[in-house]
Design a protein around this ligand. Structure first.
Ligand SMILES: *Cc1c(COP(=O)(O)O)cnc(C)c1O
Length: 393
């Protein structure tokens, strides 16, 4: 689609492939394979499939292709490969490019499963991984070596919402020719253009904001045509992390309203963060859009808004946090984020339970910390719900 259209237009129209029926809504081509008119056509397609020619759903599918083109248009990358989940995207992005003996530098504050891939899986195949405090540029400079093949980071960490200076880390990495891989979930594709900031490869869990309505698991890897087609595609199509066409259709519908939803969520987030910051029962409110956030300046440079998640610390530890969660009437207790429904999590006992108390302390995850993913509900209702639940603490 033409570059002259703005984001909201592209999110509705980009990548559409209509069948002979001229349907309005994108068709779900729920098929595993494709019929060839002749044996010659089959042979030609296996030799070199054209842009709009498909062979087998593990390799590609028209509905999945629509999703890939639409998200690539939003992110501003040449190409994209859709996967069955966010973790499949992280794994395929890294495993497709790395081999035994390669060196990787990664931020330490990672989503638990990302940490597992870097710490447990890649190392088992002979990849050497060095972990650093992602917000410490000297640590990155000290860890990146002449032979470093890739750096990996989450642009905004979970649940402490530290913001990594992506252009600075990318500069250090590019000096030695390393590939910068960014898990950009918390920044959202709406508020950050990670490739403009120096990322070479961007991965998303589409389960979060892109679906944003709690329905499906999905993921996507974005990058240059060269990287996606020469490195990712051969790995992905032979190892089987393909996205289902049904999932792609749900996510195409999610993309249509992504910009509207995420902006409404961010407006709720700043309102709630400002309310929490002044509250006597809240020790610390963490939101990159607040001036008090330690990386507010970095966040302001690289994110259009502060994101859709607010974390905060309640005095009184786990008992206070549990009382607060249990007293909420609108906000639901769950562990997803980026949803239209506001969702609250107690990281120490759920998403980060696997870590030792020491590891949690290093990451700044206290017993009284809660993570709130803001939905699209009315801000006054949400603040009212939080206020009444804080009374119970
Ligand atoms: C949720 C999440 C993932 C994993 O995505 P799934 O779709 O659940 O596989 C990876 N990274 C981050 C930062 C996430 O929040």
């Amino acid at each position: 689609m033409s570059d002259k259209w703005k984001t909201r237009t592209r999110l509705v129209h980009e990548g559409v492939r209509r069948s002979q029926y001229g349907e309005v809504s994108e068709p779900i081509i729920l098929t595993q394979g494709f019929v060839y008119e002749t044996a010659e056509q089959a042979a030609a397609r296996f030799e070199a499939a054209g842009e709009d020619e498909f062979i087998y759903a593990r390799y590609g599918n028209p509905t999945v292709r629509m999703f890939e083109e639409r998200i690539a248009g939003l992110e501003g990358t040449e190409d994209a490969f859709a996967t069955a989940s966010g973790m499949a995207a992280v794994h395929a992005a890294l495993a497709s490019m790395l081999r035994a003996g390669d060196h990787v530098v990664s931020a330490r504050a990672l989503f638990g499963s990302c940490l597992y891939i870097l710490e447990e899986v890649l190392t088992r195949f002979g990849v050497e991984v060095t972990f650093v405090d992602g917000t410490d540029l000297d640590a990155w400079a000290g860890a990146i070596r002449a032979d470093t093949k890739a750096v990996f980071l989450e642009s905004m960490s979970n649940p402490t919402l530290e913001v990594i200076d992506l252009p600075a880390v990318a500069d250090l990495a590019h000096k030695v020719g390393a590939t910068v891989v960014v898990d950009n979930v918390f920044s959202t594709p709406v508020f950050s253009r990670a490739v403009d900031l120096g990322a070479d490869v961007v991965v998303y869990s589409a389960t979060k904001h892109i679906d944003g309505q709690g329905r499906v698991l999905g993921g996507v890897i974005l990058g240059t045509k060269e990287f996606i087609r020469k490195t990712v595609e051969p790995f992905a199509k032979h190892t089987g992390c393909a996205m289902s066409p049904f999932t792609a259709w749900v996510l195409l519908k999610g993309l249509e309203t992504l910009d509207l939803r995420v902006r409404a969520q961010a407006e709720n987030a700043i309102r709630v963060a400002e309310f929490l910051e002044g509250h006597p029962k809240v020790v610390r409110a963490i939101y990159p859009g607040l001036k008090s956030h330690p990386h507010h300046a970095v966040a302001a440079r690289q994110l259009e808004k502060g994101g859709t998640v607010v974390s905060f610390d309640l005095s009184g530890g786990q008992a206070a946090a549990f009382r607060f969660l249990n007293a909420l009437e609108i906000i639901i207790i769950s562990n997803n984020l980026g949803d239209a429904k506001s969702i609250i999590t107690h990281p120490a006992t759920t998403t980060h339970q696997r870590l030792t108390p020491d590891q949690r302390a290093t990451l700044g995850i206290t017993e009284g910390m809660v993570r709130l993913s803001l939905g699209i509900e009315d801000a006054d209702d949400l603040i009212g719900d939080i206020a009444q639940a804080l009374e119970a603490v």
